[in-house]
Design a protein around this ligand. Structure first.
Ligand code: TPP
Length: 216
């Protein structure tokens, strides 16, 4: 039986699959990433943990019209595989090969080139403002991991996004770890960010005057 991945030239092909087939595709994507990264090196765990999320985002949103903005880009190998770069995937991070991060020169699906952590929310907000000026209807989705959530630039972006009240979607990819186990006031103030997000409004309104349990 042929592999589903062989028939995926772009996310439009992913959107033609059934939800059951997506599970099989995720397995194949993971095998492909493992096979290539074990040969040429690269970011592995972050990208393996984002395979289902990647397929779900491209399934639900109509990329490249809808913009998916990955934070940092180290977790986007699955995105590259399903966005027309499977043949070049073994060249990833090699001289003359494709980038290990998102690159606008590489693909129309890489809507923001990064490599630095904490850029996705501010970049997406800029796209949302531009979209409103052009009266466009597409969606903009920032995908941010828990480690990047604590970046100052992320807070500036969230602050301004709430102020402007624009149509920005922020997806938190919370795997409860970054390069090392999480440290700092945000991660140690109780629960995972996902749990905290349920409590965030009451924390902000009722707990805003309380001192943080430890200083950043
Ligand atoms: C400005 C900046 N600081 C530090 C880094 C190094 N760095 C690479 S990935 C990353 C965060 C990884 O953690 P997380 O965002 O939780 O993503 P995960 O790998 O867990 O999916 C950091 C800090 C960077 N890329 N940019």
């Amino acid at each position: 039986m042929g592999r589903l991945l062989d028939g995926i030239q772009s996310p439009a092909d992913v959107r033609r699959l059934s939800v059951e087939e997506l599970t099989l595709l995720a397995k194949e994507v993971r095998e492909e990433v493992l096979s290539v990264v074990s040969e040429v090196g690269g970011h592995l765990a972050s990208t393996l943990g984002a395979v289902e999320l990647t397929l779900a985002l491209h399934y639900v949103f109509n990329s490249p019209d809808d913009r998916i903005v990955w934070d940092t880009g180290h977790q986007a190998y699955a995105h590259k595989l399903i966005c027309g770069r499977r043949d070049k995937f073994p060249t990833i991070r090699q001289l003359g090969g494709i980038s290990g991060f998102l690159s606008r020169e590489e693909s129309e699906y890489d809507v923001f080139g990064a490599g630095h952590a904490g850029t996705s929310v501010s970049a997406s907000l800029g796209m949302v403002v531009a979209k409103a000026l052009r009266k466009s209807k597409h969606k903009v989705v920032a995908v941010i991991s828990d480690g990047c959530l604590s970046a100052g630039l992320t807070f500036e972006g969230l602050n301004q996004a709430g102020h402007l009240n624009k149509d920005l979607i922020v997806v938190l990819n919370d795997n409860e770890i970054f390069i090392d186990p999480r440290v700092g006031a945000i991660s140690s103030s109780g629960g995972s960010p996902a749990e905290k997000s349920h409590q965030s409004s009451s924390h902000l309104t009722q707990g805003g005057r309380e001192p943080l349990p430890c200083r950043p």
